[in-house]
Design a protein around this ligand. Structure first.
Ligand SMILES: Cc1cc2nc3c(=O)[nH]c(=O)nc-3n(C[C@H](O)[C@H](O)[C@H](O)COP(=O)(O)OP(=O)(O)OC[C@H]3O[C@@H](n4cnc5c(N)ncnc54)[C@H](O)[C@@H]3O)c2cc1C
Length: 418
């Protein structure tokens, strides 16, 4: 009997999941596993990494994945412990010949993965990783990781011209697993928005709603900077971050919509944003550690101080700026904010309060349900002027932003009460 173990991380889906398909193809039985603890209980710049919103989203997603596995004839094993301790133990227990998992992006995650690989090789267990989280497969890029352009526009133009997005894989028809003990997954209470339900089913429903039912994709380019409402943007980020849906699946639905309904600047712009996501992920491959340094990719950070009182005021929505306070309240209570608001809040922390940008990034990491190591740290470094930018950062004028995006004050009214 050939048995493979699938170590799930940020790929909580059965659709377009090459890791899972390969394991099924090469084995008689698979043991699919998720570990609840990796770095979640560690601190990042003195701030706990994973807050309630993401915790809840992951639990929702695991429940949904368990349901999907049951429908396909198998079970998902959810383990309380950490992979470096538990994975070798499981390999021995289930006589595993090979472990299949997703390639990691963050430097610590990569280190953990290679340490585990070494442990497993000593036990005679093979270890293989797959790239399943980007729109473009890394093997299809027109440059090596070392030569990834520093600027997004160059990256985008070269990639669009010379690479193709692969067709997504279909979900498996059947999954065979041994009898596995199912850990009850208590759902956490948390005030995330109603639409934010983790899991592959909810991700696919949201895509249908955004593209096919509301046709909001038709006007996305004009609406994407709004601060409130459901359909001004896709809201796919948390599902993408936990891998409940693949960017290739989103892309294939956009293309289908373009063929069957309309192809315009807005439909293209959603692909454009998915490319930004790829850009940060691939840049992380090139600079695995630099995005966490004060000077980022090598520029001089403007501010290096950290004032705990300013941090308290910013995080708790108690600064002198009402727009900032509203945004920080929304972030803290719901785990989600619009892209525009993220830019404004980050800019204010760096340029308004003149602080070490990394504490702001760490607070976002804690709060965001859609936290993604490359998108978060990449965007923060960009705004602070130490990332993939050659214009010295992004300082937003709060008065102007208020006039542009909350002239009627509705957004502030909604979130200043919290
Ligand atoms: C300071 C800061 C921190 C951020 N932190 C994160 C994070 O931790 N996780 C995260 O997923 N996004 C992050 N973003 C990017 C962006 O704000 C969110 O992806 C987006 O607001 C999520 O809403 P949406 O899914 O409706 O996006 P849409 O506008 O519908 O975009 C579609 C998808 O494209 C991707 N995308 C859009 N904008 C960006 C961008 N600027 N950079 C990278 N990918 C993008 C996302 O995957 C998004 O789901 C951050 C942006 C800033 C300025």
């Amino acid at each position: 009997m050939k048995r493979g173990l699938v170590w799930f991380t940020e790929d909580l889906r059965v659709d377009d999941n090459e890791t899972l398909l390969k394991a099924i193809e090469e084995n008689d039985e698979i043991v699919p596993v998720f570990f609840l603890k990796t770095f979640s209980d560690q601190l990042q710049f003195t701030i706990p990494r994973r807050g309630m919103a993401r915790e809840k989203f992951i639990r929702d997603s695991l429940l949904n994945l368990q349901k999907k596995f049951n429908e396909l004839g198998g079970t998902l094993l959810v383990v309380e412990g950490t992979p470096n301790v538990e994975l070798p133990r499981l390999c021995v227990k289930y006589q595993i010949r090979k472990v299949y998992t997703k390639k990691q992006v963050g430097s610590e995650e990569k280190t953990l993965q290679s340490e585990i690989k070494q442990q497993l090789l000593k036990l005679g267990v093979d270890f293989e990783t797959y790239s399943t989280s980007t729109l473009y497969h890394p093997d299809d890029l027109p440059f090596s990781v070392r030569d990834i352009p520093m600027l997004f526009t160059k990256f985008r133009k070269l990639t669009e011209k010379e690479s193709k997005v692969r067709v997504p894989f279909e979900a498996p028809q059947r999954i065979v697993t041994p009898q596995l003990e199912v850990l009850p997954l208590a759902l956490k209470e948390c005030s995330t928005p109603e639409w934010m339900i983790g899991g592959e089913d909810a991700a696919q429903q949201r895509l249908v709603e955004f593209i096919w039912e509301s046709h909001a994709i038709r006007t996305y380019k004009e609406t994407r900077d709004q601060l409130t409402g459901l359909n001004f943007s896709s809201k796919c980020s948390a599902w993408l971050s936990q891998g409940c849906i693949s960017p290739r699946r989103i892309y294939s639905e956009i293309k289908r919509y373009e063929q069957q309904v309309v192809s315009n600047d807005s439909t293209y712009w959603l692909v454009f944003e998915l490319l930004w996501r790829d850009f940060f992920r691939f840049s992380f491959k090139k600079h695995p550690k630099s995005y966490f340094l004060l000077n980022g990719l090598g520029q001089q950070a403007l501010y290096k101080q950290f004032d705990p009182r300013k941090f308290e005021a910013w995080t708790q929505g108690k600064t002198s700026q009402s727009l900032i306070n509203a945004g920080m309240n929304e972030l803290r209570t719901t785990g989600f904010i619009s892209n525009r608001m993220r830019q404004i809040l980050a800019s204010y922390w760096v340029f308004g309060l003149k602080q070490d940008w990394r504490y702001g990034a760490a607070w976002f990491e804690h709060c965001l349900a859609d936290y993604d190591v490359a998108s978060n740290w990449g965007n923060w470094a960009y705004i602070a002027g130490v990332g993939n930018d050659n214009r010295g950062g992004r300082e937003f004028n709060i008065e102007k932003q208020t006039q542009l995006f909350d002239r009627d004050g509705l957004y502030r009214e909604m979130w200043l009460k919290k």
